[in-house]
Design a protein around this ligand. Structure first.
Ligand code: ADP
Ligand code: MG
Length: 473
């Protein structure tokens, strides 16, 4: 952390003696970034950065264009700050200015690709060719493995499908489409597939849809789309994360569509992730939508209490840290939104325990996590769920409480039980009471029944998705 008394001041680079040592330091940071992010990213984004000064806890940098500045700011500034702090003394902030050094205008307008684009990123064409030849997949997170992925009813289907692809088993689906809300493990599963497939010698390209688009833009700019196409078409497994990003970006979608088709024709495996199913994504061209729906859409559903508890225990074991069981249960109960937030809450408690050197209690957890807990408290009620389910299936609210067992009311009732279990933190007996005083074993039975059906019934899965949306609205 940065404190006033601890400012480390490096002389400015204004032509005095220390200028060269300052530049040298920054080039060391650049070299570290190159190692970390790879050559392609380095040439495009990091090489153009100039160091200007470092005074009063602020490291000031300059880049040629606004476009590069925005990118560097969102992707590398934090890392630059921490590397500088780690090696040369604390800086609290990184400021990035625009030097206005002009490079040539793009040969082909990149506006076609659906992005606002300023001056080019790479100073000359040879550099672009080199970049094209380099490994174009992004770095994988070593922690995102199958071993570290905790499974439960909400994600085991997606996990099993991912495993099959990673192990190169003969599968009848292509692409595998992983669909799930934020922070539920899509990227984790994708990296896990990539680690495993690479270990067995397959050529894997993994990247976000955003990077796919930027690479495409650059290929357009350098009239180098042939190499771009060839590169993608040489892989065994193509993985594109967060495909929703290319919605509404027509030229990128078109390019992706062709890449996609030629890989499928060659029998290569494709894995896609998105926050929605192909059917629900807006701004997607129809032919791409139907292509994406050809394969297997595997949903990762919101976590259950048990899964959250399992994840917390697994993370503690990984970090070799202990928190009291009641604190873990409290977290699993209260932080139900997504796994990323759950991890964030856990890390905060562990950091606190270390700082004060005392075990965390539920009370302190409540204090330390007040902001997260508040956000998770906008809670769905059992009544909300029952009402939405009834509207959806055109049945009466009284059917939720009645003993009638006819399928047209029994199935929606079970679905409502399932949703109550997933989306609220009520206990099974509490849920049972709101369903006409049913026993908690009836609720368990209902939840299991729905889980079973979901695995094989795409219509029910669709119903579930639209209900979840209606309930969240
Ligand atoms: P998404 O890509 O769906 O937004 P991520 O894959 O980035 O989500 O997951 C967010 C965080 O939660 C990551 O740190 C990931 O390791 C963790 N995570 C998600 N699901 C699980 C799981 N089932 N087991 C262990 N960790 C998980
Ligand atoms: Mg992700």
């Amino acid at each position: 952390m940065f404190e006033n008394g601890q400012q480390v001041t490096v002389e400015t680079a204004d032509g005095n003696e220390s200028a060269s040592s300052f530049d040298l330091r920054f080039s060391q940071v650049k070299a570290l970034l190159q190692k970390e992010f790879g050559d392609t990213a380095f040439r495009s984004w990091i090489a153009p950065i100039d160091a200007v000064s470092c005074t009063a806890g602020t490291l000031t940098l300059a880049v040629p264009t606004r476009f590069i500045r925005d990118w560097v700011k969102s992707h590398y500034a934090d890392r630059i700050r921490s590397l500088w702090t780690q090696h040369f003394g604390a800086v609290a902030r990184v400021e990035i200015g625009i030097s206005g050094k002009k490079a040539d205008k793009p040969a082909v307008s990149a506006a076609h690709a659906g992005v606002a684009y300023e001056t080019p990123v790479i100073a000359n064409e040879n550099a672009a060719k080199d970049a094209a030849a380099a490994d174009f997949s992004v770095a994988l997170d070593p922690r995102y493995t199958f071993e570290n992925f905790v499974t439960g009813s909400s994600n085991e289907f997606a996990y099993a499908a991912a495993r099959k692809i990673a192990d190169n088993e003969k599968v009848s689906f292509n692409p595998l489409f992983l669909q799930g809300g934020v922070g539920l493990g899509k990227t984790h599963l994708m990296h896990a597939i990539a680690h495993t497939a690479r270990a067995s010698g397959r050529k894997v390209a993994y990247m976000s849809a955003e990077k796919f688009m930027y690479d495409f833009v650059r290929a357009l700019r350098f009239q180098d789309t042939m190499a771009f196409k060839a590169r993608f078409r040489s892989v065994d497994v193509l993985m594109i994360d967060d495909i929703q990003f290319i919605c509404g970006k027509d030229a990128t979608q078109e390019e992706f569509f062709h890449t996609f088709n030629s890989l499928i024709d060659q029998g290569k495996q494709i894995v896609i992730s998105a926050d929605q199913s192909p059917a629900d994504m807006s701004g997607l061209e129809e032919r791409l939508r139907s292509r994406l729906s050809m394969g297997l859409v595997a949903a990762i559903h919101p976590t259950t209490y048990e899964l959250r508890l399992g994840i917390l225990q697994s993370k503690c074991a990984q970090m070799k840290r202990n928190l009291p069981q009641d604190v873990l249960e409290f977290l699993a109960q209260k932080v139900a939104s997504n796994v990323r937030e759950l991890e964030g809450a856990l890390n905060r408690l562990i950091a606190h325990a270390e700082l004060v050197n005392r075990p965390v209690t539920v009370d302190t957890a409540q204090d330390l996590l007040a902001d997260i807990l508040r956000a998770n408290d906008r809670r769905t009620t059992i009544e909300d769920i029952q009402r939405k389910v009834c509207e959806h299936y055109g049945i009466r609210l009284a059917d939720m409480h009645s003993p009638r067992r006819a399928r047209p009311v029994a199935r929606p009732r079970q679905l409502a039980m399932y949703l109550c279990k997933q989306l609220t933190t009520h206990s099974l007996p509490e849920i049972g009471r709101k369903f006409g005083g049913r026993d908690h074993t009836t609720i368990i039975h209902g939840v299991r029944k729905i889980e079973e059906l979901l695995a094989g019934d795409p219509v029910l899965r669709d119903d579930l998705e639209s209900l979840k949306k209606a309930i969240a609205a």
